[in-house]
Every structure is written in structure tokens, then in C-alpha cells.
Design a protein around this ligand. Structure first.
Ligand code: NSS
Length: 420
């Protein structure tokens, strides 16, 4: 939609409509915004007036007219219509006010037209653009790891099994193991892929299919990893504030608050986090993972993300490097979004000692046969390396202050839903 003063031609969908004897007001929506179009009976021919009178919500239209500034109009401009063409009519649109969340999920294909979903999808697009720009700026190569895999990265219990010709295979939970192979030629790599988790839980932050932005870098240690995570999250926040500020404001997130998300972020070791929680009267037994409730307690008053480091080895994935200062811990970190939105990044320095990897794979009940290729990587010129995975929908949920992660993706897949 072009705005200015003068003659304009626009096309879009009817968002709202009301009429009187002399005027028909059509609010037209396109991908950029909405604008009020006024059809005056005494300024248009009879056919145009009759057509305008037929227009209902979601009719697709082409309109010609003169645009002028009007402070009373919803977006500050108004079009005085001279020509109107109905491209296609619409049956009575099923979405009206006060529909239930479940109903809106059933008609997701139509609900995506709402202002709210449009705003969220624009923020999402800005987040993806930011990831691209950040990696480009840092000299990373974008790569294409497989989605069908024979090995588990994050534990067998949440893997989707598929029939692969006469064998079993799985949908990828993470591109990490393949990115680790790629660092030996490209050194700094990243990928954006769908990841799949057969999460049996119905939560506000788990999807069965989500978009996973992952990086891996040769020669990067644990401290370097955390600096990189801080820089990247800050970059995404600055980028979204700058390029999707209007949408964020409409969703209740002040862009100015995102601009303040700059390094350094507060950090706590797992041990320190347990002490913080105890101070708040919340006891967690050493060795237990931090759940949604604990993550909320640690971050609800923060304005920047919190990095929690060095979790117990026994509750973390096999590939995480043992802490050289304490063999019970691993050099991993979870980045928790502020305001209780929970984990947005999981990362670690990687274990390079094959004996340790084999021991941990066995403890996890995995067959080392499926990981021969991965173990090979440590045999031929192994180097220290680190990487992380960032959940795109987790970040969008935080930035847009969404109650549920389902609204951060156009067609959410959860245990309860694969339609539409
Ligand atoms: O399981 S993770 O914590 N870590 C990995 O998969 C590593 N292999 C990544 C890596 O180092 N390359 O998942 C990473 C992130 C996590 O912090 C969330 O932001 C997101 O992926 N995640 C999810 N988002 C939505 N729904 C579900 N179920 C989900 N699981 C993880």
C-alpha cells in the first residue's frame, strides 16, 4: 500500500465495513497495514456504489482513489474511493469476537490473517533475518545438515521414529552432531533447520516441531561460547526493535526495553542457582534439573537473559565436555530469557575424549555403533570446539510476550494438534 497524497491504486481484503445512506466505509487490509476507504454516494457511479454495498469482511478488492491525511482515520490516512472492483467475494467469515483459543487453532489457516498474528509473523521474520545477518557478520558458513538421521543427539525418549525403507530412522532433534563434522573444513558453521521432539507434555513452551538455529565453531572454548551467545541475543533484540518496533509495541513489548539487552548478561553456576533458589525459599536437590518453575523464579525480575552454567553431568547430554575442575559437572550453559520466559539457548563446549564419550553413550543406553562416524571426528585432528542451539519460537515468544509458544509459529505441532 503506497501512502502519500494523490491518486492511489491498492488491493487487499476488507477488514471492517459499515454503511449509511450516503457513505460506505471499508477498512482495507494488506500485508503492510490497514486503511480506511470512503465511498461517497454522490461521488461514484451507480455500479460502484452497488458493488461497495455488497462488500463484507474478507472480500478481496481493488480500489482506486485519492489518499489524504485524516487524523480521525484508524491509521491517520483515508482514501476517497473513485473505483472499486470486487476480485472475489467471501462467505461469512467464521472468526468473530470472543472465540475460544481452541477454535482459533482449528481455523489457524484463517486466523493468520488477524492483526495480532500478522504482527507476530513480522517479528518472527525479523528474528530470522537477524540470525542471518549476525552469522554473516561473524564470518560463519550456512550449511545444510540432514533431517533424517540414524543417531540421537538429545536422548531417545523424545525422538520421532520413522520408517526408512526397510529400516528405522529418526527425525532430527538437533543438527549439532553434523555441524561438528563440518567444522573440520569450514571451522565456523551454522544452520537453521526444523527440529523434532516427541514431547509428551502440554506446556506453553514445547512444540513437537520447531525451528532450530544452531552454530558450531572450531577453536571456541566455553568462555568464548558464552560471549558469542550474549552478542547474538543482543543483536537479535536490537534488530527486532529497529525493524519491527511498531509490531512489538502493538503486542505490548516496548522496543526501548529490547534495546537495553546488551552484554554482559548476569551469570550463575548451577550450584549458585540452587543457592539463589534456596534464598527464595525454594529447595532443589543437587542433581535435579531446573524446571519451568525454577527458571521463572530465577528470571522473573530480570530485564536481560540469565546464563546458567555447569550443570551436573548426570542430567546432561553425552557430548558435553567434563568440567576439568569438577568431574561431576559439564561445561554447558542454558540461557534463560528474562521475565520468566524460560530457556532460549542450550549450548556447551564439546567433549573431545573418545573414551569419555563412549562411557557416557553406554551410560545413556545408546549403541556406540550408530556413533562411529561421530567418534571418528576425535581421531583425525581433534580440536576444542563449542556450539549452541537457539529455539526460534522460544525467542519470538519472549520478544512478543506470548502466553503460548504456539502463537510463535504459523502452524503449531504439539501432542494435541497437527491440524491444520
Ligand atoms: O535440547 S537443547 O537444549 N540443545 C540441543 O538440542 C543442542 N544439541 C543444541 C546445540 O548445541 N547445537 O535445545 C536447544 C534449544 C533450547 O534451548 C530451546 O530454545 C529449543 O532448542 N527447544 C525447543 N523449542 C521448542 N519446542 C521444543 N520442544 C524445544 N526443545 C528445545
Amino acid at each position: 500500500m503506497k501512502q502519500g497524497s494523490g491518486l492511489v491504486k491498492i488491493r487487499g481484503w476488507c477488514y471492517r465495513q459499515r454503511s449509511s445512506n450516503k457513505f460506505i466505509f471499508i477498512v482495507l487490509r494488506d500485508s503492510t497495514d490497514i486503511i480506511q476507504c470512503v465511498v461517497s454516494k454522490d461521488k461514484v457511479n451507480e455500479k460502484t456504489w452497488k458493488d461497495a454495498d455488497k462488500v463484507r469482511i474478507e472480500f478481496s478488492l481493488e480500489i482506486e482513489g485519492t489518499i489524504k491525511e485524516d487524523k480521525r482515520a484508524p491509521t491517520g490516512y483515508e482514501i476517497d474511493v473513485s473505483k472499486l472492483h470486487i476480485v472475489a467475494p467471501s462467505e461469512t467469515f467464521p472468526i468473530t469476537k470472543d472465540k475460544s483459543t481452541e477454535f482459533l487453532l482449528d481455523v489457524r489457516h484463517l486466523w493468520l490473517r488477524s492483526r495480532q498474528m500478522t504482527d507476530i509473523m513480522k517479528v518472527r521474520s525479523a528474528v530470522l533475518e537477524a540470525c542471518n545477518e549476525f552469522f554473516k557478520k561473524e564470518g560463519y558458513y550456512e550449511t545444510a545438515p540432514p533431517i533424517i538421521t540414524g543417531s540421537s543427539c538429545e536422548g531417545g525418549s523424545t525422538q520421532f521414529e520413522i520408517k526408512y525403507f526397510d529400516e528405522k530412522a529418526y527425525l532430527s532433534q538437533s543438527a549439532q552432531l553434523y555441524l561438528e563434522a563440518l567444522i573440520f573444513s569450514l571451522e565456523k558453521v551454522w544452520a537453521l533447520t526444523p527440529s523434532f521432539r516427541a514431547e509428551p507434555s502440554r506446556t506453553q513452551r514445547h512444540l513437537a516441531e520447531y525451528w532450530h538455529c544452531e552454530m558450531e565453531a572450531a577453536w571456541m572454548g566455553f568462555e568464548g561460547l558464552q560471549k558469542f551467545e550474549e552478542e547474538m541475543i543482543s543483536f537479535i533484540c536490537q534488530y527486532a526493535a529497529k525493524n519491527a518496533g511498531g509490531q512489538l509495541s502493538a503486542l505490548g513489548r516496548k522496543p526501548a526495553d529490547l534495546k537495553k539487552v546488551k552484554p554482559p548478561f548476569p551469570r550463575l553456576s548451577y550450584d549458585e542457582a540452587l543457592k539463589e533458589l534456596a534464598k527464595k525459599g525454594h529447595k532443589v536437590k543437587w542433581g535435579e534439573d531446573l524446571r519451568t518453575e525454577e527458571e521463572r523464579l530465577l528470571t522473573e525480575k530480570l530485564t536481560k537473559p540469565l546464563i546458567v552454567t555447569q550443570y551436573p553431568k548426570a542430567i546432561k547430554a553425552f557430548y558435553m565436555k567434563e568440567d576439568p575442575k569438577n568431574a561431576k559437572l559439564v561445561l554447558c550453559n542454558d540461557v534463560l530469557a528474562p521475565e520468566g520466559f524460560g530457556e532460549i539457548i542450550g549450548g556447551s563446549e564439546r567433549e573431545t575424549d573418545n573414551a569419555k564419550l563412549i562411557k557416557r553413550l553406554k551410560e545413556a543406553g545408546e549403541s556406540t555403533k550408530d556413533y562411529q562416524w561421530y567418534l571418528d571426528l576425535r581421531k583425525y585432528g581433534s580440536v576444542p570446539h563449542s556450539g549452541f542451539g537457539l529455539g526460534i519460537e522460544r525467542v519470538v515468544r519472549w520478544l512478543c510476550k506470548l502466553e503460548s509458544i504456539r502463537d510463535a509459529i504459523p502452524f503449531p505441532r504439539t501432542i494435541a494438534r497437527k491440524y491444520p
